[in-house]
Design a protein around this ligand. Structure first.
Ligand code: PLP
Length: 339
């Protein structure tokens, strides 16, 4: 099967498994797992942040960050299609008792003007206090769109003026950084906290990292424990993440090239209404006949290709390291045959 449902479906390579098999282990709740410690230190230094925390998932890193930045009754500003709002089970409300101001922006991205418009006045008791701005780069529902770095800098400048923290859901941050060529440290410097996923395009089996300053990560460790995320000999899985950070970043460009090929095949197919412009490894497209989603997915599956229904007549395909060039050509031929 050519599984394009998500970049989370990858299996660890033989080299990664070997590396995991030989990892030195200890109890990470005691902060004694040398592999977890190495991963955290490596990631923190890569991004020029003081500290990092290895967590079980990107939902967990996002939710811990939100919990630390926001008080019950406070408000988070984010895009209406953002993962933190749409795909984390209402966690902002459930875990942190906070409300959400959702913004409509271009392909999952929000602008500083939009934030300025929706921020609540501090001197009017009717409104919840805006306490956090959260952005997602690349944007999943935005079809893998990459933020303009100048916009991020404008947002950060405004956040500084208003004393507001800025959190990045960087589940696919490396997909953005191999495209925009911004230096890791320069980019990370714009954010108070960053979540990155090791289990997406980087191909590790489990885990995400939360990055921030020392105090923030010290407090994050407590919240992770409260959320049930304190793990013991976690080095066995953290090793996969360390291997991924050291070996699998630059090859993401190949996934992007593959996604572009799929985009081209889709654009030539008359049953497709539109494709969100492909910038990274995500291809989101809309069928002309919204009612024919199941039929379209079935036909793909009959040809050994799996894609994900993405709501409102849309389908998502994500390229990743377990889908090679010949599988991409097969996918493009199949799309052409479905015209
Ligand atoms: C996948 C993803 C996450 C985290 O998901 P987990 O499955 O909890 O690791 C967060 N944000 C975005 C944009 C994602 O695509």
């Amino acid at each position: 099967m050519i599984d394009l449902r998500s970049d989370t479906v990858t299996n660890p390579s033989k080299e990664m498994l070997d590396f995991m098999f030989h990892a030195k282990l200890g109890d990470d709740v005691f902060e004694e797992d040398p592999t977890v410690n190495e991963l955290q230190e490596y990631a923190a230094s890569l991004f020029g942040k003081e500290a990092a925390l290895y967590c079980s998932s990107g939902t967990q890193t996002n939710q811990i960050a939100i919990n630390l930045h926001v008080n019950p009754g406070g408000e988070v500003i984010c895009h209406k299609d953002s993962h933190v709002y749409k795909y984390e089970g209402g966690g902002i409300a459930k875990n942190s008792g906070a409300s959400t101001r959702i913004i409509t922006g271009d392909r999952g991205r929000i602008t500083v003007e939009e934030i300025q418009k929706w921020i609540n006045p501090e001197d009017d008791v009717h409104y919840p206090l805006t306490q956090l701005i959260c952005i997602e780069d690349t944007s999943n529902r935005g079809g893998g769109a990459v933020y303009d770095f100048d916009e991020i800098k404008r947002i950060k400048k405004f956040c500084n003026e208003r004393n507001l923290p800025l959190h990045l859901d960087g589940a696919r941050l490396f997909n953005a950084l191999v495209e925009n060529q911004i230096g890791y440290k320069e980019y990370a410097n714009q954010f108070d906290s960053i979540s990155i996923c090791l289990s997406k395009g980087l191909g590790a089996p489990v885990g995400s990292l939360l990055l921030g300053n020392k105090d923030f990560i010290y407090n994050a460790r407590r919240v992770r424990k409260v959320f049930g995320g304190g793990m013991r000999q976690a080095g066995i899985i953290a090793a996969g993440g360390l291997f991924a950070l050291k070996n699998n970043i630059n090859r993401l460009k190949t996934d992007h090239k593959h996604a572009k090929l799929i985009e081209k095949a889709l654009q030539a197919n008359h049953s497709i209404e539109s494709v969100i412009p492909v910038e990274t490894n995500i291809v989101v497209f809309e069928l002309k006949a919204h009612g024919q989603i199941d039929e379209f997915l079935d036909k793909l599956a009959q040809n050994g290709i799996l894609a994900l229904p993405f709501g409102k007549g849309m389908i998502r395909m994500v390229t990743h390291m377990d889908v090679d060039e010949s599988a991409i050509h097969k996918t493009c031929e199949c799309i052409a045959s479905l015209d």
